[in-house]
Structure formats: structure tokens, C-alpha cells
Write a protein that binds this ligand. Structure first.
Ligand SMILES: *Cc1c(COP(=O)(O)O)cnc(C)c1O
Length: 404
């Protein structure tokens, strides 16, 4: 590391809240699957900002839409209409087959908004006694960092010393339909779940899980809320991960790649009933649905489809997964993934995954460890076969080393 990099790290450490522990690289430029550090070293981005840059860094068409809109109008608040909101609604509804849209900014805000909406639906439509609504969520979930959300996290690091928390949540095992059936009561308004648990380490539920979940939710008049903030918008090789089991959620949450990484844009999508309960003044956001966000999101959705990124994610994801499975290294416990949402879980004896991520950095790959022993791999959906093959070579040489 040269002195300027050390300066950046020291200044961050001195002034910044230390709520992250980044890998020691300072990035200053990005294009497609590549990012460059301040010293001019190039890296293949295998995190994609936790899937916010599915469309690749600085996609020229999203950039053009953002610049063009920024010249015209950026923020009106929802006190007035703007000419980007209606087309955004139309296009996101057409893309996802949804009836109603609530635009927000961060993913966590979309989750919070969904929680408020399904509770309101529970009281006003389902007839749950006031104050009694229950929401079921899963162990090892990740839905964001607000107080409401961390209150039903099961990760001690996420929760400790942030309480007291709001009641009304029940936790069950992920991938276990018997547990869901048992947890549902008359007062259950929703089951909130990730199609694949991303932050937990890319945990894929058993085949048929969501088919059965859908049946149970329908039978009990419980809203199925799928948090597709990470799995949605092509990441798993389909537009939405729910399509792998041909089901439809009642409420779908999108964020991250909804802007291609340019801007925080999220959305709650629902059938008519759930978002239909919201009346003027009952929920809102100064920036939610602003013209800049809408213009950026429209371009981000358009390039995803027009440039075949979803199909590419399926194709390159299969190639990547197969290549990872072919690596013979006794550090590897399991390789798993769907589309370009991949993970290599190491044997605990192989040492911390972070050491492997640091070694990968030396080989021109940026990947992120999660939960001590798992390396997640999620490159932008524009990755080519040659780039996948090159990445696989770097993974093979790194994973056959021993950092224990
Ligand atoms: C990232 C993420 C969130 C939170 O999004 P923020 O924009 O960071 O608030 C919620 N749910 C899932 C599944 C995520 O991956």
C-alpha cells in the first residue's frame, strides 16, 4: 500500500464511525465488471455492492438518464406530481406483473413500509383485533438495519444493545414448511422471507419450499412478502427469484439494482389489497418517488431487459457454479448458488474466509466474506464467459492455498 492509501484508511478510521471493516482497497473508478483503485490496479468486482450494480458499474445508459434528468428536475416531494413517477409505475408494474407500487429509497425503508402495510391490511381487511397482528420471519434473516427490522433479527451482533424492540414478530426455521404451518395463527398477517438468504451465506431452501409456502399463505389468508432486494432483478437468473418455483408473492420488495447502483431507489409492489389500505398522510418519504430516482430506475430496468442481462446471469451463473464445483481443494466444504448468486463455504479448519478474500484481492478479484467461513461471489450480470473463466483460475489457485 502506498502512502495515499494509508492516508485514506487513517482518515476514515479517525473520523468515521467504525461500523464496517472494509478490505484494504480504495476504489476510485468503475466500468462494467471492473473497478480500479487509487493506484490504478484493476479488479473484477465479485460483490457488485451486494447486488446493487447488477447492470455493471457506471452503465452508460443509466448514467445518461441520470444526467439528463438531473439537468431538468431532481426533487418535487410528493406534495406535487412529477412527470417521471407515472411512467415509472407503469414500467415497474408491467415488468413485475404488480398492481400497486409504493416508491421508497433504501431497502430497509421498503421492508419497513411493507411491515406497516401488511399490518394495516391485517386490521382493516383481514379483521385482526387492533394491536394483535403477527408477522412471521425466519432465523438468520437479513432485511436491513432499522430499529424495527433488527428487532426481529436473530444475529446477536445486529441486535445487541439496540433494544427495546417492537413486538409482533415470530421466528421460524428457514426452509421448514411444517414450522410455518405451526406458527400461523388467526392473527398472522404476513410471512416475510428472502427467496435465498443472502447475508446468511447464500442459503438456498429445499426444492418445493416456496410452492408449499404459497399454499399455506393462501389457505390461511396470510400475505407472502418476498424480500427480493438482493435476489430480484436478474441476480438468480430470473427477473424475480419467485419464478424458480413459478409462484407469486402478495408483496415483493425491490431495491439495490433497481437503480443499477446510481442512487438509492426501492419499491414495495403488491396486489391491490395491501397497498390499497394506505390513505393520504398515512405513510410517506420526502425523496420516495422523486423524478431523479424514477428516471434512473426506468433506465436501470430497461437495460436489464434490453441487454439480456437476466439470461446472461443464468448462463454465466451455471458456468461459474460448474467451474467452482470442479475445483479440487480440501479447503472447500460446499459450493452453492443460483444464477450469479454464488458462495464457496470453507471448512472451518481452512481459516477465516477473509484471508482468502485478501488473497483474491492480490490476484485482481474483490469478493466479500460472510459469516467467517463463506466467500460470496456475485459479479455484475454483464460478465462474459472469458471473464468467468479467468475468475475461476484465480479462485482455483487461491482456494488450493491453506491460510489456516
Ligand atoms: C440489502 C438488503 C436489504 C436492505 O437494503 P438497504 O438498502 O441496505 O437498506 C434488505 N433486504 C435484503 C435481502 C438485502 O439484501
Amino acid at each position: 500500500m502506498n502512502s495515499s492509501v494509508i492516508d485514506f484508511l487513517a482518515t476514515e478510521a479517525r473520523f468515521g464511525a467504525r461500523n464496517y471493516e472494509p478490505i484494504g482497497v480504495v476504489l476510485s473508478r468503475g466500468e462494467g465488471v471492473w473497478v480500479w483503485d487509487t493506484e490504478g490496479n484493476r479488479y473484477l468486482d465479485c460483490l457488485s455492492a451486494y447486488s446493487a450494480v447488477n447492470q455493471g458499474h457506471c452503465h452508460p445508459k443509466i448514467l445518461a438518464a441520470m444526467v439528463e434528468q438531473a439537468h431538468r428536475l431532481t426533487l418535487t416531494s410528493r406534495a406535487f406530481h412529477n412527470d417521471q413517477l407515472a411512467p415509472f409505475y407503469q414500467e415497474i408494474a408491467a415488468l413485475t406483473g404488480s398492481h400497486k407500487v409504493l416508491p421508497m429509497n433504501s431497502g430497509a425503508e421498503a421492508v419497513e413500509s411493507a411491515i406497516k402495510s401488511v399490518r394495516k391490511w391485517g386490521y382493516e381487511v383481514k379483521g385482526v383485533p387492533d394491536g394483535q397482528a403477527e408477522i412471521i420471519a425466519c432465523a438468520n434473516n437479513f432485511h436491513g438495519r432499522t430499529l424495527g427490522i433488527v428487532g426481529f433479527s436473530t444475529d446477536p451482533e445486529t441486535r445487541t444493545h439496540f433494544g427495546p424492540f417492537a413486538p409482533g414478530f415470530k421466528i421460524i426455521r428457514f426452509g421448514d414448511t411444517a414450522a410455518l404451518e405451526e406458527a400461523i395463527t388467526q392473527n398472522t398477517v404476513a410471512f416475510l422471507v428472502e427467496p435465498i438468504q443472502g447475508e446468511a451465506g447464500v442459503i438456498i431452501p429445499p426444492a418445493g419450499y416456496f410452492t408449499k409456502v404459497r399454499e399455506l399463505c393462501t389457505a390461511n389468508n396470510v400475505m407472502l412478502v418476498l424480500d427480493e432486494i438482493q435476489t430480484g432483478l436478474g441476480r438468480t437468473g430470473k427477473l424475480l427469484a419467485e419464478q424458480h418455483e413459478a409462484i407469486e408473492a402478495d408483496v415483493t420488495l425491490l431495491g439495490k439494482a433497481l437503480s443499477g447502483g446510481f442512487y438509492p431507489v426501492s419499491a414495495v409492489l403488491s396486489n391491490n389489497d395491501v397497498l390499497g389500505t394506505l390513505r393520504p398522510g398515512q405513510h410517506g418519504s420526502t425523496f420516495g418517488g422523486n423524478p431523479l430516482a424514477c428516471a434512473v430506475a426506468r433506465a436501470a430496468m430497461r437495460v436489464l431487459v434490453e441487454e439480456g442481462m437476466i439470461e446472461n446471469a443464468a448462463r454465466q451463473g451455471a458456468r461459474f457454479l460448474e467451474g467452482l464445483k470442479d475445483i479440487r481443494a480440501n479447503t472447500i466444504r460446499e459450493v452453492r448458488g443460483r444464477g450469479l448468486m454464488l458462495a464457496v463455504e470453507l471448512h472451518p479448519e481452512a481459516g477465516r474466509a477473509r484471508r482468502y478474500c485478501e488473497a483474491l484481492q492480490g490476484k485482481g478479484i474483490l469478493a466479500k466474506d460472510t459469516h467467517e467461513h463463506t466467500i460470496r461471489i456475485a459479479p455484475p450480470l454483464v460478465i462474459t464467459s472469458d471473464q468467468v473463466d479467468w475468475a475461476l483460475e484465480q479462485f482455483a489457485t487461491t482456494l488450493t492455498q491453506d491460510f489456516s
